[in-house]
Design a protein around this ligand. Sequence first.
Ligand SMILES: *Cc1c(COP(=O)(O)O)cnc(C)c1O
Length: 481
Amino acid sequence: MPERLIFEISREGRKGYTLPKMDVPVDSFRSSTPGKYLRATPAELPEVSENEVVRHFVRLSNMNYHIDKGFYPLGSCTMKYNPKVNEKASAMSGNADIHPLGPQEAVQGALELMYNLGDMLREIAGMSAVSLQPAAGAQGELTGIMLIRKYHESKGKVRSKILVPDSAHGTNPASVAISGYKAVSIKSNQNGTVDLDDLRQHIDDEVAGMMLTNPNTLGIFEKDIVKISKMVHDVGGLMYMDGANLNAIVGLVRPGDMGFDVVHINLHKTFSTPHGGGGPGSGPVAVNDKLRDFLPVPVIEKNAGKFSLNFNKPNSIGKVHSFFGNFGMHVRAYTYILSHGPEGLRGNSINAVINANYLLSKLRGSFLLPYKARPMHEFVLSADTQKERGVKTLDIAKRLLDYGYHAPTIYFPLIVHEALMIEPTETETKETLDEFAKALLSIDEETKTSPDTVKSAPTTTPVRRLDDALAARNVNICFKE
Ligand SMILES: *Cc1c(COP(=O)(O)O)cnc(C)c1O
């Protein structure tokens, strides 16, 4: 039976609690509150018993797929397991119950935690300063491009364009456009990396900077990165690193050493904080000396063992988020970093790369690998062969749901036909990877023997194929029917 809405379970007068009879006048609140703030009619709330509420939401949570339930091979998203110790630390009263407007003397521990986290991220990035304010990778990008703009402003000319490879995540050109720059697409070569000849043709003194993901969205390390950085720097541009793929390189390579001037770090990817239902995330930016004066305010400073907030930064771009960003995420990332230590973090990156390459070795006999270079923490297959049998990547992704898995990222990056982008992360066991590979290989067999089974998937999920295009265009339709 489909789960009913909680309003359908509701029965008038039913309650989820029993309380002793009130011994104070019931209407004192009504009589002491100005009439304009009072409701004319009671709120329409469901009336249900406690066990009905609990069971309703437990049943809904069972329908949902999440990282605590199963493997989540979503490429580019780094859906690793979120250790429970992170949650424990963030729920501690000293972290969860403080107020962002509390006096600085009373929140020294929180300031210290953010100061230390910034310092650790700074070291990992090989940069000189960090802002924890941005609430996601995309907002980190916007902040970074605003910093680059401010830098050029201080030199007298903001310039007009930012170079972005054609394999980039969609947020890259979007951040560029929102910042008032023109995004200029740079081609990839047959190895899946930046085509240096195409880059050369677009380099001139109108280039404010270049945005690059490394390893890139094919999971391939840009081997020419030092050369690329030099080309951009030679014309006075700056280098932005989209750090979404940092999980492949923590403790192995530092963005600062590759020539980047600014990088964002997705704490909800590399540092195991939850992605949530679209948030809250956290996307700190780390910068080198060229950009540190422009960082958002306030900056947390340490003097003689005391922490304080410095709002007096005349060249700052201002604030990009209220207070300090999503503090609960900072606590989780800090816990993750401390509980692993430098060797542990480096080990995680190495294992993420090993896991991806192991899984690839099982799948590449049945699915095309358009770019042959050895990938790092993720890889992008093409279902072009399966498409010849009449089955699209979308069908394969939907069929995986019937096998009990979340689907990988599909149709991204755009330069791969029928793309399946798979990122296992380091937190999965060999057995999990073996089972997942078995499921994909079995679906490949089905594309030969019973393609209609794949095309009509999913059949075992709470809902079948949704018309997501219609839902995106007409949000209200969900509520009307
Ligand atoms: C996830 C991702 C982003 C955007 O980060 P959000 O935290 O989702 O805003 C940008 N670039 C790449 C390559 C990503 O994978």
